[in-house]
Every structure is written in structure tokens, then in C-alpha cells.
Design a protein around this ligand. Structure first.
Ligand SMILES: [Zn+2]
Length: 612
């Protein structure tokens, strides 16, 4: 056990050619050595674990090699190379600036710089995490960096280039190291696994590479961890188990359920995922990534953007064939919105479930429009409501009783709803009871401030579409009396608002201002004598008049039809001015200020200032 070396050290590259994923930088450094054009200071920037220190060490070894090979690499056999490889060379000094960042540490280093090398030509000073040096240390270092002795070469490495002082940057040759690609990491891991005699699945190495996020050292550390967990048999199933990665299998299943619009099963699947200890946040971002992968899988050209093994790629292509692009755009947008809102949401689970429901519902829309903001259209729920009412209504309830409470309070729609089956079975009773029941139920007189729509536009009451309502209007004066009908469903405020907004959205472009106004109006529902009355507050009489016209043109009929309540009444109530808060514009504000602050008034008058 004692001679165990972690893979990141054991498989650390020893030549420029074996450096993974940094081909351009390795070639440039090799060429510089070959042509003898060496700078005195280099700055290696890039994320952690991408080969900065490794390249610095190879560079130090190569410039000190006594018999460099024709291709510019070190021989690996001479005394200097052996000393480097065994870690006993006196020509390389590494300083970790993260822990040695004081002026004294830099002074000790500068003392070392003065002494020429005993063997070889160059002394190389590698300062890791150089951005961590204190300002005083930086300043102490600056002079040496500017005019170093001929035998000294500095290689500064940092993960945060923007923190390096410009005075340092201008004295260095700068090399930007790139994040490793997934293919590079997978191929290196495959090489390591083969050398060690481990069995691997490509998908398993892919998961490790994705988890490492572009860092080879991280990838090798994870690899070691997985090896000790799996005992050298590295399968996909064991890897996701060990790394707590959500299996892509879940996403394939979830998208299939969404496309089949099996909302219930999709929610159960999410419950199963939560039950396995996964959090909602990675699940949602994983879902968004999966949808994105499906999108790029639709086209053979973009399929190369998919960083997965071939058999998985085939599954993506297959599932992508089932998805319409419009749906994918929409679902990605929904998942993205959910991801953004997740952190601030109080009910995180509901947030995710709503996203799943909306995605599944969107799968049924043929007109799902790409590019536009995803419309949050809600499907009508009345079919279910009516069914619920049948279930809840007392079996032996009299039709007259049902009539009396028909458009019940919104809080208990199921219990108070009329029984549509009962009324259709006992239609003679229902017809007989209607006039007897309705006569005493005279409409209440509206308050002075409000105007009843049916009073102002009697034509509206005449245009009742259904048969029983028409029958009722024959017996009574059409303008004044409205009959509750047996087929009326109770109306909840939420349903009313939903239909109200839906109608506002259908108004033509030239009535856009009115449509927007309608979106912010508030309403109240009251039930009296079995008749539901919606009182909508408007800001002034002009708007009140306009709303009456809109109501007469189709709003009322629309609401009655979609709320399944033919006796629904609309009131518009003008809110008095002192009840609303007046919003001052800038001219009004200035006028008030000028009245209240005479100095300001004089000032403005004298200088003839004007508000523009
Ligand atoms: Zn050598």
C-alpha cells in the first residue's frame, strides 16, 4: 500500500508531446527552446488542473537537458534529466504563493536567484498562484523580474489573471491554458485504465470527465476514487452511484412521459428522483441540458456538439425525432425559467412540478410558437369540476334546492354545485320550479354609484343564447329580471379572473390600451338569489362607459359561456378619486415644490429654468 501513487502524479506527462489538450502551447514552448529564444519571465494562466505546473516542469527539464533530442524534447536520460525526474534537481525552485506570500518569502527567493546553477544552464523559479502575493511582496519582486541574471527564468502560474498587476503582466510572455475537452479527458482516462488493467465503459469515463469540468487533475482524482469503489471494474451504473450523478435514463423516461402527456406519471417519476436523495436544482438544470442535447441531436451537423458515447448518442437521436423543435424551444425556456426562479421560490417542489406540467401540456400544442415568450395558458378545468360536482352532490337533493344554491360560494364549489345529471333526468321538475323559484328572487337595487349593465343596454339581456334562459326572458321583463338557471355552474373568483384576462387578451390591436387596463382591474363576486354578480371596479366614468360597450359587444356573453353560468351579471363600479392614489408626474411634482419652497421658486424664476 505504501508505494501507491495517485494517478494524477503517476501519469503526469514528462515530455511536451505527452501533455494532453494543450498542443498549441506545448509546441510554442518547444519551438522557443529549439530556436534558443527564451524569455526571462512567463505567465501561465488557466483553470486549475489543466497542466500549467506540468508544462513549467517539462520546460525547466528541457532547457537544462545536456543532450536535447532533434525534435526539441529532453532526452530523459542525462544526469540533469534524471535529477529532474527524481525530484532532486537544484535547478528548479517552486514557491506556492498561496501560503508563502510575504516580503520575507520573496527576499529568500531573490537570494536564491543570485546563485548560478552548479549543473546545467538555467535555474527555473516557478511561482504558483502568483496572484496571492501581497502588494509589498510584488513590489519587492518587481526589480528582480525586470532585470534577472542570465541564468534565471521565472514561470508564474495563476488561475486568476485579472488579479495580476499590469506591471507584472507587461514583463511576462503570457500563455493562456484552455479547459480540457471531454474527449481529451476520456481518452487520457482510457489510457490510464488500460495501463492499470482496469475494465471501463465509455459512458462511465464520460460521466467522470463531465464531473471534472475541464480539469485533468480533478478527473484523475475522481477516477482514483471510482477505482477504489468499484475495485477496477468501472461501469456506468457504479460510477453514477458513487458520484451521486442523476442517471440520464430518468431524463429519457421523463421526456417520453411529457411527450405522451402522462402528467401523473411524470410527477411520480420526479417524486422517485427526490426519493433517491437528489435535489431539485441539479434536476432542473439537468433537464434543461437534456432538452438542449435533444435539440442539437435533431440535426446531423450539430450532433457533434453532443459529448456522449455513441450508443447514448443514438438514443438522443431517436428521442429527438419524437420532439418538435417548437416544443423543445418552449420546454427549454420553461426549464430555464424554473431554474432561475428555483432559488427564490418558497415552494421549490411545486416550482419544478409546475415546470413538468407545463412542458407536458405544451407537448400537446401544435401552435407552440418559437421565439415568443412562452404563454402561460391554462387549460379549462370545468369538465373536471362538473364531474366533481356530480360526485359530491347529495343523492336525493331536490331540484329546487339545487336551484336555490346553484351558483354557490366559490369556496365550496363542489358541495354547492347543481347536479347536472339530476337536473337533466328530472327536467320537468326543473322547468316547473324555475319560474316559481325565480319570481321572489328579484335583483337587488344597485348602489347609486354603480350601473347595472342590463339596465343600460337592455339588448344584452335579449341575446341570451340558451333555451332555458330564453324561456325565462319570455315570462319576465327582459331588462330587469334575471333567472338563475339549473345548468348554471358556480363561479369562483379565480375562474372569473382567468376568463376575464383571457378575453382581454383577445381584444384587437387598436384596443390594446383597454386590454391592458382590463388586466389590472379588480373584481368581486357576490351571490344573491342564486345569481352571481361580478362587480368590477373602474377608475372613471369614461372607462366605465367603454367597459359597458365591450361587455355588450361580447365580453358578457364570453364570460357566461366560458364560466357556464348564463345568469352571470356584470357591474362596473367607479372608484372615487380619493380612494385611489394619484401618481404625480414630474411637472406636477415641480409645481408642488415651487408652491411649497419659495426659494426654489425664486431660483427657477431668476434663472428662467425649464423642466424638459
Ligand atoms: Zn537530458
Amino acid at each position: 500500500m505504501s508505494d501507491y501513487i495517485v494517478s494524477a502524479r503517476k501519469y503526469r506527462p514528462l515530455t511536451f508531446d505527452s501533455v494532453v489538450g494543450q498542443g498549441a502551447i506545448a509546441t510554442t514552448l518547444k519551438n522557443a527552446i529549439h530556436s534558443g529564444k527564451l524569455a526571462h519571465a512567463y505567465l501561465f494562466c488557466g483553470p486549475r488542473g489543466v497542466g500549467k505546473t506540468t508544462c513549467a516542469r517539462i520546460f525547466a527539464k528541457t532547457i537544462n537537458c545536456m543532450n536535447p533530442r532533434p525534435d526539441g524534447e529532453a532526452c530523459g536520460e542525462c544526469e540533469s534529466c534524471m535529477a529532474f525526474q527524481e525530484g532532486r534537481s537544484m535547478n528548479i525552485h517552486e514557491l506556492d504563493a498561496a501560503s508563502n506570500n510575504s516580503v520575507d518569502d520573496i527576499r529568500a527567493l531573490i537570494d536564491q536567484v543570485r546563485i548560478p546553477p552548479q549543473i546545467g544552464r538555467y535555474k527555473v523559479f516557478i511561482i504558483d498562484e502568483v496572484h496571492m502575493l501581497s502588494t509589498a511582496a510584488f513590489n519587492a519582486f518587481l526589480k528582480t523580474l525586470e532585470e534577472p541574471p542570465a541564468h534565471a527564468i521565472f514561470i508564474l502560474a495563476t488561475t486568476e489573471k485579472h488579479k495580476i498587476l499590469p506591471t507584472i503582466l507587461s514583463r511576462c510572455q503570457i500563455y493562456d491554458f484552455q479547459r480540457m475537452s471531454i474527449e481529451n479527458i476520456v481518452s487520457h482516462l482510457t489510457h490510464v485504465a488500460e495501463s492499470e488493467g482496469y475494465a471501463t465503459e465509455p459512458a462511465a469515463l464520460n460521466v467522470i470527465a463531465q464531473k471534472a469540468d475541464g480539469g485533468m487533475r480533478d478527473a484523475l482524482s475522481i477516477f482514483d476514487q471510482v477505482v477504489s469503489y468499484t475495485g477496477g471494474n468501472i461501469t456506468y451504473a457504479r460510477v453514477i452511484e458513487n458520484l451521486n450523478v442523476l442517471d440520464y435514463e430518468y431524463y429519457f423516461r421523463l421526456v417520453d412521459l411529457m411527450l405522451d402527456r402522462k402528467i401523473g406519471d411524470a410527477l411520480l417519476l420526479y417524486d422517485e428522483i427526490l426519493g433517491k436523495g437528489f435535489d431539485g436544482a441539479p434536476f432542473v438544470s439537468g433537464l434543461a441540458s437534456h432538452l438542449r442535447d435533444l435539440l442539437v441531436s435533431r440535426d446531423a451537423v450539430t450532433t457533434q456538439l453532443l459529448h456522449v458515447s455513441d450508443d447514448i448518442r443514438q438514443r438522443y437521436v431517436q428521442q429527438a425525432q419524437r420532439c418538435k423543435p417548437q416544443w423543445l424551444y418552449r420546454a427549454i425556456s420553461l426549464a430555464n425559467t424554473c431554474d432561475l426562479n428555483y432559488r427564490t421560490s418558497r415552494n421549490k417542489r411545486l416550482q419544478v412540478e409546475l415546470c413538468i406540467i407545463e412542458c407536458a401540456q405544451a407537448a400537446g400544442d401544435d401552435d407552440a410558437s418559437a421565439g415568443r415568450r412562452p404563454a402561460r395558458r391554462l387549460k379549462p378545468l370545468f369538465g373536471n369540476l362538473a364531474a366533481g360536482a356530480v360526485r359530491h352532490a347529495p343523492k336525493g337533493s331536490q331540484p329546487s334546492q339545487a336551484d336555490a344554491v346553484a351558483p354557490g360560494a366559490p369556496a365550496t364549489p363542489g358541495a354547492l354545485a347543481p347536479n347536472p345529471i339530476a337536473s337533466s333526468h328530472t327536467s320537468p321538475n326543473a322547468v316547473a320550479s324555475t319560474p316559481a323559484n325565480a319570481t321572489p328572487a328579484a335583483p337587488s337595487h344597485p348602489p347609486l354609484k354603480t350601473m347595472r349593465l342590463s339596465q343600460l343596454s337592455p339588448s344584452l339581456s335579449m341575446s341570451k343564447p340558451t333555451a332555458d334562459a330564453a324561456a325565462a326572458s319570455q315570462t319576465e321583463s327582459p331588462a330587469e329580471v334575471v333567472q338563475p338557471s339549473a345548468s348554471d355552474l358556480p363561479v369562483s373568483l379565480a375562474d372569473f379572473q382567468m376568463q376575464w384576462h383571457a378575453y382581454a387578451a383577445t381584444l384587437p390591436q387598436e384596443e390594446k390600451a383597454m386590454s391592458q387596463r382590463m388586466q389590472i382591474m379588480s373584481a368581486e363576486l357576490t351571490v344573491e338569489g342564486g345569481i352571481v354578480t361580478a362587480t368590477v371596479r373602474v377608475e372613471n366614468y369614461t372607462v366605465c362607459h367603454q367597459m359597458q360597450q365591450i361587455a355588450a359587444k361580447g365580453l358578457l356573453a364570453y364570460l357566461r359561456q366560458h364560466l357556464h353560468n348564463q345568469s352571470l351579471q356584470l357591474h362596473f363600479e367607479v372608484v372615487e378619486r380619493n380612494e385611489s392614489t394619484h401618481v404625480y408626474n414630474k411637472y406636477e411634482k415641480l409645481k408642488l415644490l415651487r408652491e411649497e419652497v419659495p426659494v426654489l421658486n425664486d431660483f427657477i424664476t431668476t434663472l428662467e429654468l425649464e423642466l424638459v
